[in-house]
Ligand binder design. Structure first.
Ligand SMILES: NC(=O)c1ccc[n+]([C@@H]2O[C@H](COP(=O)([O-])OP(=O)(O)OC[C@H]3O[C@@H](n4cnc5c(N)ncnc54)[C@H](O)[C@@H]3O)[C@@H](O)[C@H]2O)c1
Length: 353
């Protein structure tokens, strides 16, 4: 796979502001709304506005939401649509999303549905939003207790990546994005994985170069399979077990971040990869060792039945069958590997769970 293919519409640092300026001069927007949460309002808006004087203040409005996953709800979405109306946004308005995946997912969906779709641009501010949510066209909200249940595919006019935004991101949030980057390396580019494990995950380690490389891997996948008919499923490596762990620890009152759960999920799924995808056992052990030094299972006994019910409830599994995306090699993933539910428990036990 050519991991450096097509990053059309994604710009870094000064080029992001140049691209935004050229969009503004082409479109003469009637109204500009900036959507952020309290954290990105404080940390990202000032540098953003300082670099985008061409927006002006005359038709600029700022909408600030509460930080957190609960914001990705139908109630908050309705408030955002209401605000669009109250601010007299019309079809020639633009929404600028500055935030993590919550803001870019919700803002993208709000813009794509308001008046049958207005322009929006994303300036992702968390590492996860930069390397994962920034490409792939998915927008949406959580609904009825399910993540991302309501949404649609819609592309921003452009994505601006400002690595400096990461300087104020909490270390656990940085690690969450780092886990998804490791996953990109493992499924498609072993050299990227090795480069990442050789770097400490502090904000300065994430420069435009390494972020671009990680996004390119995801872009190369989604450009071939936007609607997840096949290949895009490889991005789910680590996620079947990871999602179940995320829910389990959440329900147990010991929440871990999404990316951290994916890190743990990859450790377990590497074991499955040996038996179900012919991954070399020594290679699997070596990668597991690298991952275990960064992601450790919380000290909590996992109850088998409850956990397996969470795994089977995962949306990627159809007709009671577990469908896994696994590794056939370091840097090569395969998808649609069917595994019986009971068969996965020994791989959890191996991790002392
Ligand atoms: N659309 C997609 O393809 C896609 C892909 C992956 C994840 N997602 C979605 O993204 C969401 C998770 O994204 P996330 O981890 O960015 O969550 P998030 O948006 O909740 O951000 C995490 C936390 O970091 C804070 N934050 C963000 N940027 C900051 C900065 N620069 N400085 C200080 N604080 C900052 C936020 O306020 C928040 O408290 C989930 O809802 C997930 O479903 C979407």
């Amino acid at each position: 796979m050519n991991s450096h293919s097509n990053l059309r519409g994604v710009f870094f640092d000064e080029e992001a502001f140049q691209a935004l300026e050229s969009l503004f001069s082409k479109k003469s927007y009637s109204k500009v709304i900036l959507l952020c949460d309290a954290n990105t309002h404080e940390h990202c808006l000032p540098p953003f506005l300082a670099n985008a004087p061409f927006i002006g203040d005359s038709n600029l409005e700022i909408l600030e939401l509460e930080p957190g996953e609960e914001t990705k709800s139908i109630e908050i979405l309705a408030q955002v649509w209401d605000a669009f109306g109250a601010l007299e946004m019309d079809r020639k308005s633009i929404l600028i999303n500055i935030g993590g995946g919550v803001i870019t997912d919700l803002g993208g969906f709000a813009a794509a549905t308001y008046m049958r779709g207005i322009d929006f641009v994303n300036f992702p501010s968390s590492l996860l939003a930069m390397v994962d949510a920034s490409v792939g066209s998915k927008t949406g909200i959580n609904f009825g207790g399910f993540k991302n249940r309501i949404g649609l595919f819609s592309d921003p006019q452009l994505v601006g990546i400002i690595p400096d935004f990461l300087k104020t991101l909490a270390p656990e949030e940085l690690k969450s994005g780092w886990a998804e980057m490791l996953k990109h390396g493992l499924i498609a580019d072993d050299a990227h994985f090795q480069e990442l494990v050789n770097r400490a995950y502090k904000a300065e380690a994430f420069d435009a170069g390494i972020i671009k490389r990680s996004i390119s891997i995801k872009a190369a996948v989604v450009n071939q399979d936007k609607y997840e008919g096949g290949l895009r499923k490889i991005l789910n490596f680590g996620h079947t077990i990871g999602h179940a762990l995320e829910s389990y620890y959440h329900q147990a009152g010991q929440p871990i971040s999404h990316g951290y759960a994916v890190g743990l999920g990859m450790i377990v799924e590497l074991g499955l990869s040996v038996d179900y995808a012919d991954l070399d056992a020594a290679k699997a052990s070596a990668i597991q060792l690298q991952l275990r030094s960064e992601f450790s299972f919380p000290p909590l006994k996992i109850e088998k039945e409850t956990f397996l019910n969470l795994v089977i409830g995962d949306k990627k599994n159809s007709a009671g069958q577990l469908q896994f995306s696994l590794l056939a090699d370091a840097g090569k993933a395969v998808f649609d590997k069917q595994i019986a539910l009971e068969s996965i428990w020994p791989y959890m036990e191996r991790e002392g769970l």
